[in-house]
Every structure is written in structure tokens, then in C-alpha cells.
Design a protein around this ligand. Sequence first.
Ligand SMILES: [Ca+2]
Ligand SMILES: [Ca+2]
Ligand SMILES: [Ca+2]
Length: 358
Amino acid sequence: MKKLLLSLFVTLVLLNVASQLGTVEARGGRPEVWVLGWPSEKPHWTPGPSDVEEQVIPWGISRIRAPDAWPTSTGINVQIAVLDTGVDKDHEDLHVNIAWGISVVNDKESTLYRDWRDKNGHGTHVIGTIAAMNNDVGVVGVAYNISIYVIKVLGDGGTGTWQDLAEGIWWAIKGPDGIIDKDGDGIVAGDPDDDAAEVISMSLGGTGFSQEVYDAVVAAYNYGIVLVAAAGNEGEDGVLYPAKFAEVIAVAAIDENDQVPSWSSRGPEVELAAPGVNILSTVPRDKYEKYSGTSMACPHVSGTVGLMISKILTEGRTYTVEGIREILQTTAEDIGPKGWDEASGYGVVRADKAVSEA
Ligand SMILES: [Ca+2]
Ligand SMILES: [Ca+2]
Ligand SMILES: [Ca+2]
């Protein structure tokens, strides 16, 4: 696995240099922020289950018991901002749920689709785990009726800058209309009169602290947005930013046997665990592929938060970020050492119980 990680890293850097020479700031040859997942079976896009005209429920969706939450909530009235490499918005199993997109890559803002189209695969895969449609093809996401804001903060090589990530977080707060708190009532996330995202999902990370990103994270948090991020694929070397921030829910990975893989970042910041090994989801051109990484664990939690908030808003109630986090923690299924531990946090997210308690 170490060897695979190393070779992937080299590939990302090479791609980055080739496609964005002179535009992405790299410190000592290393990018500031990068994707946290990789194809784990078959390195190239492959024909998916759509060929057999039958929808598959990926193991991760079943493991967190999302299907048991669906009679109560499927994600309507909620927007999740996915900060990643973009998306294939025309994918047969996603298109209905892609509400809006923007690219902020290289400090240039553009809502033209050609600028936020996913040419990497990572963003489309992450979005499928949250929002793949419940139909008769492909896979199904945790919150299959949710709306996705696609905010492209990483280049096609899967790397980017802290500055672009900060910009992306601000766009999640502003929403498509570009205005924070349009009706001026002080409520942003969860306000039907505002188009701010209710959840920010970040399957990315880096080692360096960025004041700019921290300021954006704190702002989002104070506006009532639930922030979720991949813990990192650094093993004992610890949790990456932005998951490392106290305001962000850090998500570790588990495999099909409830084991935390050696590469999943350990540390005091780890809050929850979710499926992150051999996760089947959407990739560009109507294809499906298995990826591994804490990148794949993160959207299981983001989608669950979306289900919780959808239920609350549909019933005309309000919520707080801390209230949502507390429910996630107390309903998580404890694994490994008894109680909270630095590999799996409070345990595996349980969509059924979290939605029931929301
Ligand atoms: Ca489907
Ligand atoms: Ca408002
Ligand atoms: Ca435990």
C-alpha cells in the first residue's frame, strides 16, 4: 500500500506540473492540498453495472444503514457543496441532483461547465456516494434526492492551493446568487430564503496551516454550515487540514470487516469512521469504479448530515451544527477499542439512527 501511495503521489505531481505549470504554488515540489482517494480496482474507467440494467447498492451505503433512513428522509430541500475536482454533470446516475457548479481553480472564477467538468474522476466519485440517483442503473447515494453544488477547487491532476480552497468555502456560503444572507434575517444555512449550502464536503487535505482557509472555515461554521472532511491517508502521521480544525468533522476509513486501514490518519481530531475501501461509485462518462481512501469515507458522513437536516427542515424545525455533531457522535457504532479511539473516533456513522434522532 505504501508503494501504491508513493506512486500515486508521483503521478499526481507529474500531472500537476504538466497541466498547470507555473500556476499552482508548490512548496518543495509538494502541492498544498490534494485529493485523498485513488482507484483501488482496475486503474482505468470501466463499464459499470448500468450494462446489466440493475442498480447496485454499494457496501458502504448498506453498512451505514442508509436504506433504513430513506422512509424518513432522502435529502430534499438540502444543498451539499462538494469541494473537489468537479463533476460529470451529465452522468446517467447523477444529472438530476447537480444543482450548480463553479470553478475557482487558479484564482479564476467561472460558472462555465467546461471549467468545472471533472477530468480527474475523483469529484464525480465522491458526489456519487452522496447523491447517485435511486433508479434502475448504476449505484445509489446516501441522500439520493439531495442537491449538489459542485465547487471545483482542485485542478485536473487532483491538487490545488489553500487560497482556492478558501475561495471555494466562501462560495458555499454565498451560494449561486453570490450573496450571503439575501433576506437579511441573520439565518444562512437552513434558511429556505437563502441558497447557501447546508453542508460542505471536503475529500481533500494537506499538511500546512492556512489562515485564509481557517478564516473561511470559521465563517462557514458560524453561518450554520456543517463542515465534513477526510481525515487523511497519512496513517500514524496524523490528521490533515482542513479535517484537523475543531470546526470540521474529521472522517476516518473502514473496510468491509470494520477494520481501519493502516493508511487512514490517526489522531485526536478523528471524529467518525465510514466505509472507505473498495467503494463503488460514479466516474465520468456513465462509468462506475471502485476507489479507496478517506476521500470515500467523507461523503458517507456528508450525505448522512444531509439526510438529518432534510428531515429537520421538512418538519419546519431548526438545528445547530453542534446539535448535529452530537447526534452523529452518540449514534455512531463503536468499533475497535471501547469508546472513542484515535483510529475510528466515536465509531461508524449510522444514518438510520442519526436520522431517527434528528
Ligand atoms: Ca442509481
Ligand atoms: Ca437568511
Ligand atoms: Ca472505539
